[in-house]
Ligand binder design. Structure first.
Ligand SMILES: O=c1ccn([C@H]2C[C@H](O)[C@@H](COP(=O)(O)OP(=O)(O)OP(=O)(O)O)O2)c(=O)[nH]1
Ligand SMILES: [Mg+2]
Length: 156
């Protein structure tokens, strides 16, 4: 007999008043890297994002990102391709100690107004491990083959 333990970290979510009735953020396929985030805009007043404009779109939830992880808020490629809708600060960073509502900073890079209605899947969040480095100031950089070469120094 094999016992399968669920080793996945737990993401605790707190539903806010504006998230009432919304589906939980969810992985839309078995191997999806990101869980889709839904717009917690008012049912009666959808948000219209005009070309070139940006908006902070609420998700209706506080996310308790587990310690040692971050939440990366990323665009959905379908919205980007079809409508020019992307995350301005991509990838958005949700810290594990953040206890405010997660919001999605969308910008319309397309040439048509884009209507965001309640429950629309507007972005996705990837839970990824992070490492905090110990910061130490030194006076000389160690020698390497690359040295200071960068920005195309190795050719095309
Ligand atoms: O797409 C995003 C990006 C950030 N945040 C929230 C969670 C994150 O922990 C906090 C701060 O984000 P960030 O550090 O990127 O912004 P900042 O401009 O440095 O703000 P702060 O001074 O609060 O750190 O804002 C979101 O809800 N969505
Ligand atoms: Mg910050």
């Amino acid at each position: 007999m094999t016992i399968h333990h669920d080793t996945r970290p737990t993401l605790n979510l707190i539903r806010l008043a504006n998230g009432e009735g919304l589906d939980l953020p969810a992985y839309e396929s078995k191997g999806a890297a990101g869980m889709d985030l839904r717009a917690a805009v008012d049912e009666a007043t959808p948000l219209t994002l005009l070309p070139g404009k940006r908006a902070l779109v609420p998700t209706g939830f506080i996310f308790e990102i587990p310690e040692g992880f971050e939440g990366q808020v990323r665009p959905r490629s379908g919205l980007a391709f079809k409508n020019g809708i992307t995350c301005l600060n991509s990838p958005g960073t949700v810290d594990s100690d953040y206890r405010g509502e997660v919001k999605v900073l969308l910008i319309n890079l397309g040439d048509e107004p884009f209507v965001i209605s309640r429950g629309m899947r507007i972005a996705q969040m990837v839970i990824a491990p992070v490492t905090q480095a110990r910061v130490a100031e030194i006076t000389e950089a160690s020698e390497t083959m690359r040295g200071a070469g960068g920005f195309g120094s190795t050719g095309v």
